[in-house]
Design a protein around this ligand. Structure first.
Ligand code: URA
Length: 209
């Protein structure tokens, strides 16, 4: 089981402080989520395999490297995960994007997938699942279950803020999934909000209540 990678780069930490501020409006909040996702993506793709190629420069033939092997797909968990898509695509513009939306049936407590659309070759791609907040971990666990059911074996999970409870639950349910987060906060409150967190990320991104 890999320990979660906490990305505490000064630029990311600075932007998270602005994100947490209750006086930050939706426009700035959206921009910050996108910028943080972009910076995190840079680190989360550090282990992408490379292969050597020969490129003719105007001067000589250079032996140089390009990304090899498995291609990437990003899968935002609806709805807050959408806020991270722009940023990660700035880093990997050729990646494909799948979407997944889930809710929990109040009677059966089972996750119900209300929306899912993935690239046709998803099982041959490395998949990075996106959700800015990892609270209880339930949505991330369910989303990754659904993605694994499509045959995907190479999965990473990227969030901006995580609660210790969510990190533990996700690691336990999916020990093969590497977790990247930018801040491990204190705890969850009785309403399953992360403390101190930043409130409801979806509402703050989309200006809803
Ligand atoms: N989802 C959010 O958007 N915020 C939280 O604090 C927890 C879950």
């Amino acid at each position: 089981m890999a320990t979660p990678m906490i990305m505490d780069h000064p630029l990311i930490q600075h932007k998270i402080s602005l994100l947490r501020d209750k006086n930050t409006g939706s426009k700035e909040f959206r921009e910050l989520v996108s910028e943080i996702a972009m910076l995190m993506c840079y680190e989360a793709t550090r282990d992408l395999p490379l292969k050597e190629v020969e490129i003719e420069t105007p001067i000589a033939v250079a032996k140089t490297k390009i990304i090899a092997g498995s291609k990437l797909a990003f899968v935002p968990i609806l709805r807050a995960g959408l806020g991270m898509v722009d940023g990660v695509l700035k880093m990997v513009p050729a990646a494909k994007v799948g979407h997944i939306g889930l809710y929990r049936d109040p009677d059966t407590k089972q996750a119900v997938e209300y929306y899912a659309k993935f690239p046709v070759d998803i099982e041959r791609r490395e998949v990075i699942v996106l959700d800015p907040m990892l609270a209880t971990g339930a949505s991330a666990i369910d989303a990754i279950n659904q993605i694994k059911q499509r045959g995907v074996t190479n999965i990473k999970f990227m969030c901006i803020i995580a609660a210790p409870e969510g990190l533990e639950a996700l690691q336990k349910a999916h020990p093969d999934v590497s977790i990247y987060c930018a801040s491990k906060d204190q705890s969850l409150n009785e309403h399953a909000y992360i403390v101190p967190g930043l409130g409801d990320a979806g509402d703050r991104i989309f200006g809803t209540k």
